[in-house]
Design a protein around this ligand. Structure first.
Ligand code: SAH
Length: 400
């Protein structure tokens, strides 16, 4: 059996062991006193405190500021094939246990640290599987993971789309390849919540579809199924489909990606709403102003922008961006209209996001009732000891 033996030892500075003891999976270079041994990126190291006491074991990357990604807090546990396969089995069991696989054939099977496999994302789209690897450590186990996936799912094809930002930070090149079987001949059709969606798993955003919004699409359906719906940052128009199926008359998608809007048109047709969807290729920030100046009004506005806060220094400007679009959206809403608003910036807390909505409401001179709080779908689990695993937050609001 393949085993990764421990090749080095990372000693922490005095007083810097708290996070490791609390089972937070990241060790940053600032907490490290020394690295002993001939270690290479992706090797397994033991992490010890300033007195040399064993704390945890993980994958090292000496040239990254995120130097160790912890895998186990049990000294007797080896990092071998059984360990990796055990994590994969646990990931699927968790999703079965929490009902994340019902009403969909597209789901996130592995969500990195949340499933104990730092740097690994696995998304299943019907017969196809998409993998993203973003750490040196997980790269060493790709063959094991591949074998397990083939045995467990008998997929038609496994595609590697290792094109994440994280990969650059880790010092890895982007990589795209067909790891197994065939590549899809075109779009892949998935079934979610009784709807069909065409997904571009080879070239679409993320691994092709925003699986993290699945639970929110379902939860919002009854609120957004009303009158004239404006779906901002629509990508391939998934929220519009749920709205139209639940009573909305017409929906307008806005996105800067022409490719995404083409699929949005296709998705509207696939679900029988071809004549009730309009796709606008435009920047939401300017399009909302245009609508305001033209006196347009909507019953529902959905705002699902990309991550506006990418690092700590951009939190302020991100908040101004969120406030801007939320304020404009509130102004475009008819009395008692519905605002569904999201932030997928991990750096913006729930509290801070609520403050932004509050501040937009004050400026819009509208009373805003928060009727639901939303979060990422359950197949993107949040780990109590790892708050960074929670990134998506949203509110359903009635704007009086
Ligand atoms: N709600 C979507 C996911 C949205 S992801 C779903 O459930 O599928 C964010 C989208 O915003 C992406 O499709 C991206 O192309 C688009 N985008 C980014 N900046 C934009 C801007 N300034 N104006 C319009 N669209 C933008």
């Amino acid at each position: 059996m393949k085993v990764q033996h421990v090749t080095g030892r990372v000693k922490l500075k005095r007083g810097r062991e708290r996070a490791v003891l609390n089972r937070h999976p990241w060790v940053f270079d600032g907490a490290i006193e020394s690295i002993d041994g001939d270690v290479h990126p992706g090797d397994v190291v033991d992490v010890v405190d300033a007195n040399g006491k064993w704390l945890a074991r993980g994958w090292v990357n000496p040239s990254s500021s995120l130097t160790v990604r912890l895998l186990t807090w049990d000294e007797s546990e080896r990092i071998d094939e059984d360990f990796i396969q055990g994590k994969l089995e646990a990931a699927i069991k968790l999703r079965e246990r929490i009902g994340a696989l019902s009403q969909t054939d597209a789901f996130r099977l592995v969500y990195s640290e949340s499933d104990g496999l730092p740097g690994l994302t696995i998304d299943v789209y019907g017969e196809f599987v998409v993998i993203q690897a973003s750490t040196h450590g997980i790269e060493r186990w790709l063959n094991t993971i591949l074998r397990w996936l083939i045995e467990r799912f008998s997929p038609s094809g496994i595609i590697e789309r290792s094109d994440t930002e994280e990969r650059h930070r880790e010092g890895l090149q982007e990589r795209f390849s067909i790891l197994y079987g065939n590549e899809p001949s075109g779009e892949v059709l998935i079934n979610e919540g009784g709807f069909k969606f065409a997904v571009d798993i080879l070239g679409g955003q993320k691994t092709g579809f925003y699986l993290d919004q699945r639970d929110n699409r379902r939860r919002c359906a009854s609120y957004i199924g009303c009158g004239r719906v404006l779906n901002c940052f629509s990508y391939t128009g998934s929220f519009a489909i749920y709205a139209l199926a639940n009573g909305a008359e017409v929906a307008t998608n806005i996105d800067t990606s022409e490719k995404a809007l083409r699929l949005a048109g296709r998705n509207a047709q696939l679900n029988g709403f071809g004549d009730r969807v309009t796709n606008i290729h435009s920047n939401v920030f300017s399009q909302l102003r245009r609508f305001r100046d033209d006196g347009e009004k909507f019953d529902v506005v959905i705002l699902d922008p990309p991550k506006l806060a990418t690092k700590k220094s951009t939190i302020g400007s991100a908040c101004r961006g969120y406030k801007d679009i939320n304020l404009l959206a509130m102004k475009l809403l008819k009395p008692n209209g519905v605002l569904v608003t999201f932030s997928c910036s991990g750096l913006i807390s729930n509290d801070l996001f609520q403050k932004v909505i509050f501040s937009a409401a004050v400026d819009a001179r509208r009373d805003v009732v928060i009727v639901e709080r939303l979060k990422q779908a359950r197949d993107h689990p949040v780990i109590a000891s790892f708050p960074e695993s929670e990134y998506l937050k949203g509110f359903v609001c009635i704007v009086r």
